[in-house]
Design a protein around this ligand. Structure first.
Ligand code: HEM
Ligand code: NAG
Ligand code: NAG
Length: 561
């Protein structure tokens, strides 16, 4: 009896020894991991928010965490974020290659692709194309405004009442992406379209949930028939569907006419030829899905958050409407250029993005080589978790870190300014490549809708709950959007008289176009990069210099539009 106990104990020790997790030397501090499971037992897998909050309070700006036997480092706050993602961008711009989403996508496309030539070429291609090279006659702006008018007419039907805006905005943002990548929008009721959306949603839900965490932590479980297999099945179906669309494109293509991003990719493939190119159909399909995947939920959740706060902050809404009315007058359509004459509305939209905190932990990065951060040593291949929400709410960076207040983006002259800590799209060479498109969507849709409708918290709406639903992309809790047509005063509750006053308000406030404040932001970034070039010359090869140029070019492409 005793003998077998001792044996058991020895066996246990041996196991422990074999699977012992050795913390690398001078690794950031963190809770002590157990073998195999890492810190999983210390976290609530369904909603780890509170547990993580305690850890970040205890360990500060940079701390470590074991996801299974995989070491991860969490970045908190502007300083750590900048040092890692900008100053040491080459070291920190990889993606981990052994997560569920890698296996689902085969690490092709852009989002999950590791730092390297194929990622860079595809990222560059997508940026250039989104920037409107060869997208035919229809500009991005037209595509967005076209979809916005569908949204308007749907909302019109609910004027005087309330409705749940979730599907409407989801359908709208996915249509905008579809129009850009596949050349056609879909009727909101289209069955094929709904099937893709549903499958993508399901996949994302699984990828977001506890099953994915288990998949990522424990290699042994991966081939078992557990619920995560559904994600693989779904993605396979979606891929087949997209392959169908691509085949259709190939059959109907006409030389020198590019209807959409799919045509552009086919052209690019032809131009490059088969040999020695990272462009092929397998990559293409994942790229298309990446854009669809990354561009839909993010934008529609941000829109819903903006409307939630506009409803519950009528003073902010009114000030935006006043500004919009002054600039647009009777014109129904806004243009993206108008943003320069709408500093307050710009500030509101940025503030909505700040509080929406749509991608709270960014997309996980990985180190591409042994490196350092804030005095710690971080080995190659460490999972990096950039906590964007810690920067968007950082108390030392914002005038009103815990409120919804557009003044966070206004200087004392009422001009729009963008603080450095505004990074909902992340920073560095991996930063969101859809930023330009997303900003255009947010601006055109919100301005058009505010011009047209009054948004009112409905009487049966209960108490507003701003707590987001946790996920890779966060969403506001479902709510009812109450609205009235601003052209039809009969639908207005009490405060309706304002509608008659449109365009009669004096323009003494801030009519003048404000010079582009983004410039100073960009200059700061360039300075930061130059500083790095000077300061760390010794271990920077030509490669990283190229990388820096790439990054600056990318930034220009994203921000200059
Ligand atoms: C409000 C809307 C959006 C937000 C808040 C957002 C945010 C982000 C964030 C935080 C990342 C991770 C960056 C990193 O790894 O450091 C990202 C990556 C990405 N986003 Fe967005 N995004 C938005 C809209 C879009 C749109 C509309 C598109 C599509 C055109 C898009 C395409 C992508 C792609 C392809 C990546 C991967 C980039 C790479 O790995 O190199 N996003 N986005
Ligand atoms: C990210 O930062 C927020 C705000 O500082 C904090 O509540 C959250 O727990 C942090 N998350 C992680 C993973 O450390
Ligand atoms: C949007 O999609 C949903 C299903 O996801 C569908 O039921 C609805 O009719 C669509 N259209 C609108 C305007 O919400």
């Amino acid at each position: 009896m005793l003998g077998s106990l001792v044996l058991l104990w020895l066996g246990f020790c041996l196991l422990f020894f074999l699977f012992r997790l050795r913390r690398p030397k001078n690794f950031p501090p963190g809770p002590w991991p157990v073998p195999i499971l890492g810190n999983l037992l210390q976290l609530n897998l369904v909603n780890p928010i509170n547990d993580l909050k305690k850890l970040s309070e205890r360990y500060g700006q940079v701390y470590s965490l074991y996801i299974g036997s995989r070491p991860a480092v969490v970045l908190n706050g502007l300083q750590a974020m900048k040092e890692a993602l900008v100053t040491r961008s080459v070291d920190f711009s990889g993606r981990h290659q052994d997560l569920m989403l890698n296996h689902i996508t085969g690490s092709k496309g852009v989002i999950m692709a590791d730092f390297g030539p194929s990622w860079r070429e595809h990222r560059r291609f997508a940026l250039m194309t989104l920037r409107n090279f060869g997208l035919g006659k229809q500009s991005m702006e037209d595509r967005i405004l076209g979809e916005t008018s569908h949204v308007s007419s749907c909302l019109e039907r609910s004027a005087g009442q309330s409705m749940d805006p979730q599907h409407l905005f989801h359908n709208a943002t996915s249509n905008i992406i579809c129009s850009i990548i596949f050349g056609s929008r879909y009727e909101y009721e289209d069955e094929n379209f709904q099937a893709i959306i549903t499958m993508m949603e399901e996949t994302l839900k699984i990828a977001n949930g506890p099953w994915a965490m288990l998949y990522d932590s424990m290699t042994l479980l991966r081939s078992l028939p557990l619920p995560f297999q559904k994600a693989f099945q779904n993605y396979h179906n979606v891929r087949e569907h997209v392959l169908g669309i691509v085949t259709q494109h190939e059959q109907t293509r006409v030389a020198r006419v590019t209807r959409d991003l799919t045509d552009c990719y086919l052209n690019e493939m032809e131009k490059r030829g088969a040999s020695d190119s990272s462009f092929d159909k397998g990559q293409m399909i994942i790229l298309l899905l990446d854009l669809f995947f990354a561009g839909t939920d993010t934008t529609s959740n941000t829109l819903r958050t903006a409307l939630l706060y506009l409803m519950t902050h009528p003073d902010v809404q009114e000030r935006c409407q006043k500004e919009i009315d002054e600039v647009l007058g009777e014109t129904a359509e806004a243009s993206f250029e108008d943003r320069h004459s709408m500093p307050y509305t710009q500030a509101m939209i940025h503030e909505a993005q700040r509080v929406a905190n749509t991608v709270p932990l960014s997309v996980f990065h990985a180190t591409t080589k042994d490196t350092q951060l804030m005095g710690y040593d971080i080995p190659k291949g460490t999972l990096i978790i950039p906590n964007l929400s810690s920067v968007l709410n950082e108390e030392s960076q914002w005038k009103f870190p815990h409120d919804f207040n557009p003044s966070n983006f206004l200087n004392d002259k009422g001009e729009f300014v963008k603080p450095e800590a505004f990074m909902p799209f992340s920073v560095g060479p991996r930063m969101c490549l859809g930023e330009g498109l997303a900003r255009m969507e947010l601006f055109l849709i919100l301005v058009t809708l505010l011009h047209r409708f009054q948004f009112i918290w409905p009487e049966d709406g209960g108490v507003p709950d701003y707590t987001p639903v946790f996920g890779i992309t966060q969403a506001p809790k479902p709510y009812k959007l109450g609205l009235a047509d601003r052209l039809n005063t009969a639908q207005w509750p009490e405060q309706g008289q304002a509608a008659g006053e449109r365009n009669t308000t004096s323009s003494d406030e801030e009519g003048e176009p404000v010079p582009k404040k983004g410039k100073t932001d960009k200059q700061r970034h360039i300075e930061m990069l130059l500083y790095r070039e000077d300061g760390e010359k010794e271990d920077q090869g030509a490669d990283s210099k190229d990388e820096m140029n790439d990054y600056l070019q990318d930034r220009n492409m994203i921000q200059d539009r």
